[in-house]
Design a protein around this ligand. Structure first.
Ligand SMILES: NC(=O)c1ccc[n+]([C@@H]2O[C@H](COP(=O)([O-])OP(=O)(O)OC[C@H]3O[C@@H](n4cnc5c(N)ncnc54)[C@H](O)[C@@H]3O)[C@@H](O)[C@H]2O)c1
Ligand SMILES: CCCCCCO
Length: 385
C-alpha cells in the first residue's frame, strides 16, 4: 500500500424528501446561482422543490447545460455570475451539470485562459466558488469527488480536471428524484460506476486488503442489483442502494494508497468527443479489450477479480482471466449496453483518427498504471471492433 492522504469534505444528505435540508447548508445571505440541464429537473419536480427550499433567498437560474457539458455554454454562466455578483453555486442534475458547475466555480476568478484548467488537468486551480449539488442521476460520483469532465465544442476535445477546491460543500441524494430517469440512463449509471471501481482496482496487487474487499463488495453489489435496478425503476431500496454504491465508487475511498489506471476512461472520452456516444457506453466497449490487451500487466488482479467477483477457480490462469472478462461483457450486455464498436457503426477506418486525438492530447491517463501508449490504444480499439 502506498502512502496517501484522504480528504473528502462533502456532506452527504441522503434519503427521501431531503431537498428542503439544503437550505441549512447555504448561508442565508448568499447570492445563489441554480444550475441545471434540460427540462427534466423542472418536469420531475426537482427544480420546484429546490426553489421552495430557497424561498425568500436571492437566487438566479442558469439552464441548458448539455450532457457532456461544453466549455462554451459554461462560460456564459461565468459571465452571469460576474455580472450579478453571485457567490454560491447549486448544481441540480447529473454528472454533466455537477461537472459543469465545478468548472464554473473554478473559472469565475481564474486568471488566464480558463480552458487551461482542463489542459493542465486542474493543476493551476488555486481557488473556486463554494458549490453544492442535488443529484438526479446516480452514475459518476461527481456529487462527492473533486473531478470534472468538460468538452470544448469548437475543437471536439473532452478533458478531465481535478482539484480539491471543487469538492461540493454538500450533496443531496434523494433516490426518488431519480425515478424519472429513462432506463438507458439507469443502465449507464450501473456501467459507469462499475468501471470507476475497475480503474482503481484492476491494476496490480498492492496489499490494500480493505481497498480490495471494498471494491470487490461494490462490484458484487452492482452485479447483484444492476439488472434489478433497471427492471424495477421505482423500487426505493434498490435505487437507494445503487445511488450510494455509485457515490462510493468514485469518492476516493476505495482508491487510497492503491495504483490506479484511468486508461479506459481516456480512450472512452475520445469516443464520446468524436462520436457523441454516452460516456458509460464507451467504457463498456473499451474495458474488456483493455483487460485483454494488458492481461499480463494486470494478471495478478485479474485472477483475484476472477476468483472473488466471478467465483472462477477452475482452469488455467488464462482460461480464468478470459472467463472473467467474458462475464464482464455479459454483465454489460445484460443491461442492453453493447461492448463492440461495430454497434455504433465504427469500423477499422475510425481507429486512426481516435489514436491521433489521443496523441494530440498528449494524454497519459490519470493514474500510475495508465499507459496510454499509442500502440496500446490502437490494439485496444482494434480488439473492440
Ligand atoms: N466527475 C466525475 O467524477 C465523472 C465521472 C464519470 C463521468 N463523468 C462525466 O459525467 C457526464 C455524464 O454524467 P451522467 O452519466 O450523470 O449523465 P448526464 O448528467 O449527462 O445526464 C444524462 C441525461 O439524463 C438527463 N437526466 C438527468 N437526471 C435526470 C432525471 N432525474 N430524470 C430524467 N432525466 C435526467 C440529463 O438531462 C441528460 O439529458 C459525462 O460528461 C462524463 O464524462 C464525470
Ligand atoms: C482520476 C479520476 C478521473 C475521473 C474521470 C471521470 O470520468
Amino acid at each position: 500500500m502506498q502512502n496517501f492522504e484522504f480528504y473528502n469534505p462533502t456532506r452527504i444528505i441522503f434519503g427521501e424528501n431531503t431537498i428542503p435540508k439544503l437550505a441549512e447548508q447555504i448561508p442565508a445571505d448568499a447570492r445563489v446561482l441554480i444550475l441545471f440541464g434540460g427540462a427534466s429537473a423542472e418536469r420531475n419536480g426537482t427544480l420546484p422543490a429546490v426553489r421552495e427550499a430557497l424561498d425568500g433567498r436571492f437566487t438566479r437560474e442558469f439552464g441548458g447545460i448539455e450532457a457532456n457539458p461544453t466549455f462554451e455554454t459554461l462560460m456564459k454562466a461565468v459571465e452571469l455570475i460576474r455580472n450579478e455578483k453571485l457567490d454560491f453555486l447549486l448544481a441540480v442534475g447529473g454528472g454533466s451539470v455537477i461537472d459543469g458547475t465545478k468548472f464554473v466555480a473554478a473559472a469565475v476568478d481564474f486568471e488566464g485562459d480558463p480552458w487551461s484548467i482542463l489542459t493542465t488537468h486542474g493543476a493551476n486551480v488555486k481557488a473556486a466558488m463554494p458549490l453544492g449539488t442535488v443529484l438526479t442521476l446516480p452514475a459518476t460520483g461527481s456529487e462527492m469527488n473533486s473531478f470534472s469532465v468538460i468538452t470544448r465544442h469548437a475543437t471536439r476535445e473532452k478533458l478531465a480536471f481535478g482539484s480539491p477546491h471543487v469538492f461540493p460543500r454538500f450533496s443531496v441524494l434523494d433516490p426518488t428524484r431519480t425515478y424519472s430517469l429513462p432506463v438507458r440512463q439507469i443502465a449507464n449509471g450501473v456501467v459507469d460506476s462499475f468501471v470507476h471501481i475497475m480503474e482503481q482496482y484492476l491494476t496490480y496487487p498492492a496489499d490494500g486488503l480493505a481497498q480490495d474487499r471494498f471494491a470487490e463488495g461494490l462490484l458484487l453489489s452492482l452485479i447483484e442489483i444492476g439488472p434489478k435496478v433497471v427492471a424495477e425503476p421505482e423500487n426505493y431500496t434498490l435505487r437507494a442502494n445503487f445511488m450510494w454504491i455509485a457515490t462510493l465508487a468514485l469518492n476516493g475511498i476505495i482508491g487510497v494508497g492503491m495504483p490506479q489506471d484511468w486508461s479506459t476512461h481516456s480512450i472512452g472520452h475520445e469516443l464520446t468527443a468524436r462520436y457523441d456516444i454516452d460516456h458509460a457506453r464507451t467504457l463498456a466497449i473499451v474495458l474488456p479489450s483493455m483487460l485483454r490487451v494488458r492481461k499480463d500487466a494486470k494478471r495478478g488482479k485479474l485472477l483475484q477479480y476472477a476468483a472473488r467477483v466471478w467465483n472462477l477457480h477452475e482452469g488455467t490462469e488464462d482460461e480464468r482471466i478470459e472467463a472473467a472478462i467474458v462475464q464482464t461483457e455479459k454483465f454489460f450486455e445484460s443491461l442492453d449496453i453493447p461492448t463492440r464498436l461495430s454497434a455504433y457503426d465504427i469500423g477499422e477506418d475510425g481507429i486512426d483518427p481516435l489514436v491521433a486525438q489521443l496523441d494530440a492530447h498528449g494524454m497519459t491517463a490519470l493514474g500510475e498504471q495508465a499507459e496510454i501508449t499509442l500502440d496500446i490504444s490502437r490494439r485496444v480499439l482494434q480488439l473492440s471492433l
